[in-house]
Write a protein that binds this ligand. Structure first.
Ligand code: AMP
Length: 396
């Protein structure tokens, strides 16, 4: 059975086609610069080859139709009937969704209602769903939410200590993000170590350009570092993470800006980029750090300190930690970041195996056998979770 995983951004559409239940990737790729005046870009990988071309991409619907036609033209599929389900990644599910579900009118209305909470994401997601409804009218579609896994948090974790009416009227609370990734790598950890997730206390560290941590007890999220939006938590590539909100009104006053503009700067011009002035890319920062750039060093150390702070607080919250799992672009690839974070966790009895930490490859343990906390690197695979959930929902 062929299942398509889709992730629509404001000007992009990423796809991965799986053969299920074998979980084999048949093809994958993306459309970029959708809706731009200039030509858009289409990239596809198939059978070990990569192809890239430019084409007019006025909207997501044109991209969806082009993709389906191209799959047939390249004989990747014989006919559209082979695609049995399309699963969409949705960033914000608010209070409505604690799991994946089939798309219907009510689901689309709720995702639309939540656009205010995730304007850069939920809008494009709805456009993507409609594009595939149009292109594949007889195929079931599903939605998989980044926030769903975090719906198990207790109120004391998800509430902000602000006027309660803000929560009642506007849904102001912590929703978290990267839920699919946190759930996947925690389950993978249990599978790879032959342990029952019900007995485990795990901290997952999804450290990419966006970055968040999650405290997972018995397979359920107890707390996570991102908040109402992905701005909360640790410093990231371009996001500040936690700051005193008074900074916003102060900068508005000093620089004659409005709050939205300043919040955009906290989202897009802060974090690694803002502190270092070098780049939002961890590789550039590491290189600058190694060349003695003090601000690059500061930017990296600020993030590492906050990661360790969160792990310390989750240790208290769960009364212990069995395992720490690193994932995403930086978490999977940066041995130096992992080392520097883990050095800060000496007090928890964490012991790093330096040689294993430097090895590259797939899922692996990087702690020593006498470490009190098991530390692993596990590549995330959000698209696979989408395909698995989609297969389950359309066959139920
Ligand atoms: P993601 O958002 O998960 O795609 O992660 C993007 C981040 O991963 C960027 O900051 C990259 O610099 C970082 N990254 C990718 N490969 C490496 C690597 N080999 N070493 C360090 N950082 C890396």
């Amino acid at each position: 059975m062929k299942i398509m995983s889709i992730n629509c951004g404001s000007s992009s559409l990423k796809f991965k086609l799986f053969e299920m239940p074998q979980e084999e990737v048949i093809t994958e790729g993306q459309f970029e610069r959708i809706g731009f005046k200039e030509m858009g870009i289409y990239k596809i990988k198939f059978n070990g080859t990569k192809d890239e071309m430019s084409l007019e991409l006025p909207d997501h619907s044109v991209a969806a139709k082009h993709l389906l036609k191209d799959l047939i033209d390249r004989k990747i599929i014989g006919s559209l009937d082979e695609i049995k389900g399309v699963g969409h990644r949705i960033v914000q599910g608010g209070k409505y969704f604690s799991g994946s579900c089939l798309v219907n009118e009510w689901v689309k209305e709720r995702i639309t209602e939540l656009i205010d909470l995730a304007p850069l994401h939920n809008g494009p997601h709805i456009i993507g769903i409609k594009a595939f409804e149009e292109a594949l009218p007889n195929v079931k579609q599903t939605v998989v939410f980044d926030t769903a896994f975090h719906q198990s948090m207790d109120p004391e974790s998800f509430m902000y200590a602000v006027p309660y009416e803000w929560y009642e009227k506007y849904g102001i609370r912590k929703y978290g993000a990267h839920g699919t990734s946190h759930q996947y790598v925690s389950q993978e950890y249990a599978r790879l170590t032959n342990k029952d997730i019900k007995n485990l206390k795990i901290v997952t560290c999804h450290i990419g350009n966006g970055a968040s941590l999650c405290a997972i007890e018995g397979g359920k999220c107890k707390d996570t570092s991102m908040g109402l939006t992905p701005l909360e938590g640790i410093p990231m590539g371009t996001r500040s993470g936690n700051i005193d909100p008074t900074v916003v009104s102060y900068i508005c006053q000093k620089e004659n800006k409005d709050a939205w503009t300043v919040v955009q700067e906290l989202n897009k011009k802060s974090g690694y980029l803002g502190v270092s002035g070098v780049s939002n890319d961890a590789r550039d920062l590491e290189a600058a750090y190694n060349n003695g750039n003090e601000r690059a060093k500061l930017a990296l150390h600020m993030q590492e300190k906050r990661i360790a702070d969160y792990i310390g607080s989750y240790y208290v919250l769960m009364k212990g930690i069995d395992a720490i799992v690193f994932t995403a672009g930086i978490g999977e690839n940066s041995a130096s970041m992992r080392r520097r974070v883990l050095e800060r966790l000496d007090i928890l009895g964490v012991k790093l195996d330096e040689a294993k930490n430097k090895e590259r490859g797939d899922s692996r343990r990087i702690s020593t056998s006498d470490s009190k906390v098991d530390v692993w690197v596990i590549p995330t695979n959000e698209e696979l979770v989408i395909a698995r959930d989609t297969m389950k929902l359309i066959t139920e």
